[in-house]
Structure formats: C-alpha cells, structure tokens
Design a protein around this ligand. Sequence first.
Ligand SMILES: [Zn+2]
Ligand SMILES: [Zn+2]
Length: 213
Amino acid sequence: MPLHYLTLPVTPFQQNCSLLWCDETRDAALIDPGGELPKLLSAVKAQDLSLKAIWLTHAHIDHAGGAGQLAREQGLPIIGPHPGDQFWIDGLAKQSQMFGFPAAESFTPTRWLADGDTVEIGRQTLSVRHCPGHTPGHVVFHSAAIQRAFVGDVLFAGSIGRTDFPGGDHATLIRSITERLWPMGDETVFIPGHGPESSFGQERRSNPYVRGT
Ligand SMILES: [Zn+2]
Ligand SMILES: [Zn+2]
C-alpha cells in the first residue's frame, strides 16, 4: 500500500484524527487534529514519520481545536477547509467555551480548498471534494490508490452528519453524499469523524438515511 494511516480518537467527543503517511517518503499529514496534541505527536514519533501538514475537513472544535497550536509549534501549513467554514473558525474560542474544551488558538488556513482540488503528501495525491450540509465549508479527502475517503462528519456507519447547526442543511448534505461520495465507488472504505469505518456500498445497502440512493 502506497499510503498508510492510523486513526487516533481525540477529545471528549472521540473524534477520529487520522495520521496519514506516504510509505515511500514517510512524510505525514494529520487530518483533523482536534486536541490531545501530545498523543498525536507521540504517534508521529512512534511511526518514525516526518510531519508536513495539517488537513482539515471542517472547523468544528473537535476537528480543528488543536490545529492553530500545532501549526504554530511545529511550523506546519494548515490545508483546508473550504472558505464556507470561515465563520466556524472565527467562532472557535466560543465553541471551546461552549463545550468545555481547552481554549482553541485561532488560525488562518495556509491554503483554502475547493471542490476538485488535490492535496499531496510525499509522492501521493488525494482529491478534494466539497461536501457541504453538515457545515458549509466541509471537505472530504479521497485516495483512489488505497480506496479510502476521510469524510469527517458527512457520513457515519449507519448515520449521517447533524444538520441542525448554523449553516447546516439536510437536503444539501444528502446531495453531497449521493453526488460526491457515491461516485468514489461502493468498495471505497471511509473513515468517519466518529465511530467505526464502513464502505459506501455497505451504507447504500443499510444506512436508513441514504439507503437505496
Ligand atoms: Zn462537525
Ligand atoms: Zn465531529
């Protein structure tokens, strides 16, 4: 496999931060470092990786809460999310207070993402799909090479993302799933922001929110 990853649940919300690396170069990215930075950095060290970037699916506190501090301390670029999540980034301090998280450092993404962009780690390239609905600026990272998608809070095993937050929209979320995730193929395994992995085919067969779509 040209790419490897480890899933590291962080924060009281057990958010699935993914440590993703290129097998050839051992360059790594952390997807959604929501918190518990010492735990994430020791995983990087244990795998003997060179951490190059932070990638964000969206700017909810459990996904983006550790990004500012990690970027500052390690000198890393923050890639993503889509500019639709600017208001969630602006509201990180308020989100920390609301959920009793440690105060999140604010940040400005080094690079905003748009639908159809690509991101690179080592010699591997992943494609970016804009998947609004849970948040307006939510993005998903897809590797065709290993048939994996890092989908944040768009889709879960047996469920879908909440749409009752500001900027959320149910119909938009369903369109993101059916028009932007399903074309990645039924065999594609996805790593959700919370809970266990599943495949798109499995969800199309059995997920009550998107069954038969
Ligand atoms: Zn979220
Ligand atoms: Zn989440």
